[in-house]
Design a protein around this ligand. Structure first.
Ligand SMILES: [Zn+2]
Length: 257
């Protein structure tokens, strides 16, 4: 069922035609058969006025969802974001949510996943915690997103110049932050790096952040039989990525499953 978009007052036939056009638009936006460049060129002219319906979400494969997120980042990176009608998205999603992906990213103010991936209300679940680590509550949230609510992709997104990673390298101790940084620390010795291994070395910080993302993805597989099982069945995909503050690119890691 097509809802919202510009209000339709011109009768049923017109509405049906408009509905079909909207489906075509969605296919253009989400379809895997099109090159990303084509998608990024065609999408910005369209207002993103409706949240995903269950039918639309369910027909996407995990790989198509990854492509959708990549295309969204390409639009963001090149300044061709969709014209989001958040009020329309709010209305269309109020009765139920059918997000295509669940994103685990850092709290960093410069890395808001929905904006970097040009997604709207109802498109993605979002968990944010410093250093994008996974504890039991985060894992439970991702299990809900995938097993109960039908998301097809778990995207773990780290970012360059991450303060939490720097804090872990510097052994910062501060209240509850100390315990959080302890969850990032194993990524430090696990990072192969020949140069200066300090928080002052931006290249090393980013290398540790990338290792931390990979460890988080692997940790989700090892600690969650729910997520690992869904991935084995091909129903979901766990994917790591790094957002580059300079340039705006979200670099998606090759699948290690
Ligand atoms: Zn961060």
């Amino acid at each position: 069922m097509c809802r919202e978009w510009p209000p339709q007052k011109q009768g049923k036939a017109h509405e049906q035609k408009a509905c079909e056009e909207r489906r075509t638009a969605l296919k253009l936006l989400l379809g895997s058969s099109l090159a990303l460049g084509t998608v990024s060129l065609s999408a910005p002219q369209r207002a993103h006025a409706a949240a995903l319906t269950r039918e639309q979400r369910d027909q996407l494969t995990p790989d198509q969802v990854v492509e959708m997120l990549q295309a969204g980042n390409e639009r963001f990176r090149t300044g061709k974001m969709q014209a989001h009608d958040y009020l329309a998205q709010k209305r269309t999603s109020a009765g139920g949510q059918y997000p295509a992906a669940a994103i685990l990213s850092c709290i960093d103010s410069r890395a808001p996943a929905e904006i970097l991936l040009d997604t709207g209300i109802g498109d993605t679940f979002n968990a944010r915690v410093a250093g994008n680590i996974a504890n039991d509550d985060i894992i439970g949230s991702l299990e809900f997103a995938c097993a109960a609510a039908g998301a097809k992709v778990v995207l773990v997104m780290g970012h360059t110049a991450c303060g939490a990673v720097k804090g872990a390298i510097d052994n910062v101790e501060l209240g509850h932050l100390t315990g959080l940084l302890d969850k990032i620390k194993p990524a430090i010795p696990a990072t192969t790096y020949a140069g200066e291994k300090t928080a002052k070395n931006a290249e090393f910080v980013d290398a540790v952040a990338a290792t931390n993302v990979r460890r988080t993805v692997e940790g989700l597989r090892q600690r969650s039989s729910v997520l690992a099982g869904l991935e084995k069945q091909g129903k979901i995909k766990l994917v790591g990525s790094m957002y580059h503050l300079v340039g705006g690119r979200v670099e998606f890691f090759a699948s290690s499953a």
